[in-house]
Design a binder for this molecule. Structure first.
Ligand code: ZN
Length: 84
């Protein structure tokens, strides 16, 4: 008896999971990281996921560098995250 009831509860849980909207995750606000050109000082925020992708091959603590769209100079991370 107890076992049958347990199975029922499991089914209810599954239903709830199906109702949960899987697309909700994509609506999270994008995080932008401030990058600044060392040549002309232009600010060019880069989405965090791109920075993360480019950080993949770097040593821990290193930040990737990008090219300035204005002068083709070097874009460097403006400030390190306080705690991450
Ligand atoms: Zn520049």
């Amino acid at each position: 008896m107890g076992k049958a009831q347990g199975a029922e509860n499991e089914q209810d849980k599954t239903k709830e999971l199906e109702l949960w909207n899987p697309w909700e995750e994509e609506e999270e606000p994008e995080v932008w990281i401030d990058y600044e050109c060392v040549e002309c000082g232009m600010l060019d925020p880069v989405p965090e996921f791109i920075v993360d992708e480019c950080s993949y091959e770097l040593a821990a603590g290193e930040s990737p560098e990008f090219f300035c769209p204005a002068c083709n100079g070097t874009l460097v991370r403006k400030e390190e995250p306080a705690d991450k």
